[in-house]
Design a protein around this ligand. Structure first.
Ligand SMILES: *Cc1c(COP(=O)(O)O)cnc(C)c1O
Length: 241
């Protein structure tokens, strides 16, 4: 007979301290923007870190995790199946990987073309709620980066919103990194304006996924509702990702 799994770790140690510090940053940024901190969801980006690190944060009440690589994510999902976690896919999507993404995630933040959206919709299992999706928009104009060009966004959003297996929630962006706070805000402001424009066209959107460890304050100033935080929660990644 298999042994009972040992109970998970209690909340404590370095993970608890980092989580508390990130929550405090979010609360301070929300207060500075005169926003309710409850309107900002913390997504813990666990790429390159193992299941044990995820379990430590889960013990402290952090239940939403973001992953960029399918195989790595699936290994963690299997190891953590006893926990009520919400998994968000935030990485580039190849069309031959859409089925396991549609089957194993609650959210996808990185939809940037219709073909991928159509496959995710068709492959979402009927027994699950619609896949919650954001369209990734490329506001920095970096050709090497994912994301739809702003000019092509309205047409893509119109088509994605019609897909039955998906629920279009909003936009995601990864602006070019900069230490300049004003430049950070300018990029996030562009994303928010695109979001406002889609809402004005009748899309019922409620999600702006933007802000990472180095720029979450600027993102919250400009209306982020989900911040995606890796380094500040888990420490520096060894493998570049
Ligand atoms: C890695 C990653 C993050 C987290 O970045 P940090 O700077 O470590 O907080 C957020 N979003 C995406 C899409 C990522 O790939």
């Amino acid at each position: 007979m298999p042994e009972l799994e040992p109970r998970g770790p209690a909340c404590g140690g370095a993970a608890a301290g980092r989580l508390q510090a990130v929550r405090a940053r979010i609360a301070a940024a929300a207060a500075a923007a005169m926003r309710d901190p409850a309107g900002v969801t913390l997504l813990a980006v666990s790429k390159t870190f193992g299941a044990a690190a995820v379990r430590e944060l889960a013990a402290c009440g952090q239940l939403a995790f973001g992953e960029n690589y399918l195989q790595e994510a699936q290994a963690k999902q299997a190891a953590l199946a006893d926990l009520p976690l919400a998994w968000h896919f935030i990485g580039p999507i190849q069309s031959n990987k859409t089925r396991p993404i549609a089957e194993n995630f609650a959210w996808v933040h990185s939809v940037d073309r219709l073909k991928i959206a159509e496959r995710l919709s068709a492959q979402r299992p009927p027994g699950l709620p619609p896949l919650q999706v954001c369209i990734e928009v490329n506001v920095s104009g970096e050709a090497s980066k994912g994301g739809v060009a702003p000019a092509a966004l309205p047409a893509l959003a119109g088509a994605v919103a019609k897909l039955p297996g998906l629920h279009l929630r909003g936009l995601m962006a990864i602006p070019a990194p900069t230490a300049d706070a004003a430049a950070q805000r300018e990029a996030f402001r562009q994303v928010r304006e695109l979001f406002d424009d889609l809402r004005a066209r009748g899309h019922g959107l409620d999600t702006l996924s933007m802000g990472m460890s180095a720029d979450l304050e600027a993102a919250i100033q400009e209306g982020a509702t989900i911040v995606r935080i890796g380094t500040a929660l888990f420490g520096k990644r060894i493998r570049n990702a």
